[in-house]
Design a binder for this molecule. Structure first.
Ligand code: PLP
Length: 371
């Protein structure tokens, strides 16, 4: 296959070109693999972004709003209405924030204000936990199952203390792209939320294609008071740099969360997100190409007999037997930026999905470095 230049890659960027139109897409196939030349730019596989986005409609919306950036705020209420409508709930059940990270930190702040502890899986996404910990809260980390690496709900239930004010669950989890089985999660959330907040972070929900998975949004819709769901425009919508996220909860909880937030959205982010949430074709394209990329990498991992957790997100996580800090440097020498180490699983590597053609290049680099 020809050298992958940025120009060639950009030909597909945001243009909704069918993935099959470029050579080398689809399932990983050793028979088809040919030597690829070194790419002339750095491929971002470190932070679970959307390699294609923002979508054209989001870009257009931002361009149209540029002249309004002398104004404070933007159509925040309009954005809330769009997202509330998509999720079939009243507007007062939705908080918007500067990335879902702000909702996570606001929840962490509420925990601290109540002198409470947080129970979470280990490893999991850091934002809520790190914030609460730095503010002085006790964090009770519950190791994932030693064998499957899945979140261990029973152990988490057992770890809850009287002072636990929040149980944080990322579903799918990150850096491990596992999910929590839907019935077990529902029972857990209903039971545990009687006494404390259950925070379910669904940042990667759009990518999941798994019969065992369900969003817990209906629990919020049905009026359960202590359950918060977070979603983000950073992943499937490709708007990580615009910082737009959402919290869904009972209006009383939304008020408390809003009271603990400190950020303010900007005009461009609001316009981009509003347009993007109404653009299903880009989301479908992102899901389809993400699946192609995962097939390429997981096919290669299967071929090499590497231990990994089947992905329910836009990233993979596999065992390397090596120090990840060293691997980061070795992949960077191939112009690939991979994930950092995630204690305590410091010899497992997280690799975010880039475009399918780029993942074929990653496979080649993997073979050179780890094969
Ligand atoms: C599980 C999870 N939640 C939340 C976030 C935060 O995303 P943002 O603040 O961009 O919405 C991330 C980002 O990687 C994540 O992986």
């Amino acid at each position: 296959m020809a050298n992958l230049s940025r120009r060639q890659i950009l030909l597909g960027g945001g243009a909704l070109i069918g993935a099959g139109m470029l050579p080398g897409y689809g399932l990983y196939s050793p028979a088809l693999a040919k030597e690829m030349e070194r790419v002339d730019y750095i491929i971002r596989m470190a932070t679970n972004e959307n390699p294609w986005g923002p979508s054209r409609v989001a870009l257009q919306a931002m361009a149209d709003s540029m002249k309004l950036t002398n104004q404070y705020g933007g159509d925040r209420r309009g954005l809330v209405s769009v997202v509330a409508g998509i999720n079939e709930m009243p507007d007062d059940h939705v908080a918007v924030s500067t990335g879902s990270g702000e909702i996570l930190r606001a929840a962490g702040r509420l925990v601290r204000m109540e002198n409470g502890s947080v129970v979470c899986a280990d490893p999991t996404y850091h934002d809520l936990i790190r914030y609460a910990e730095r503010a002085g809260s006790k964090i009770i980390r519950v190791p994932v199952d030693a064998d499957t690496k899945h979140v261990d709900l029973t152990a988490m239930h057992n770890a809850i203390r009287k002072d636990t004010r929040c149980v944080y669950l990322a579903n799918p989890n990150n850096p491990i792209p596992s999910i929590i089985e839907k019935n077990a999660l529902r029972d857990f959330a209903l039971e545990v939320s009687k006494e404390r907040m259950v925070f379910i972070d669904e940042a990667y929900f759009e990518f999941v294609d798994n019969d065992d998975y369900e969003t817990m949004m209906d629990l919020v819709r049905n009026g359960h008071q202590n359950i918060i769901i977070a979603r983000t425009a950073s992943k499937i919508h490709g708007l990580a740099g615009m910082r737009v996220g959402f919290g869904f909860a009972h209006p009383d909880m939304i008020q408390r969360i809003n009271g603990a937030k400190t950020g303010a959205l900007n005009v461009l982010g609001i316009a981009a997100a509003k347009a993007s949430y109404l653009d299903n074709s880009f989301q479908e394209f992102s899901i389809r190409t993400n699946r192609e990329s995962l097939n390429i990498v997981e096919g290669m991992l299967d071929e090499h007999g590497v231990r990994y957790v089947k992905s329910n997100g836009n990233f993979t996580f596999f065992e390397t037997g090596r120090d990840v800090a060293e691997l980061q440097q070795e992949f960077m020498a191939e112009n690939i930026m991979v994930g950092r180490a995630f204690p305590p699983m410091t010899d497992w590597l997280r690799v975010s999905m880039a475009k399918p053609a780029e993942m074929r290049y990653f496979v080649q680099a993997y073979k050179k470095i780890l094969g």
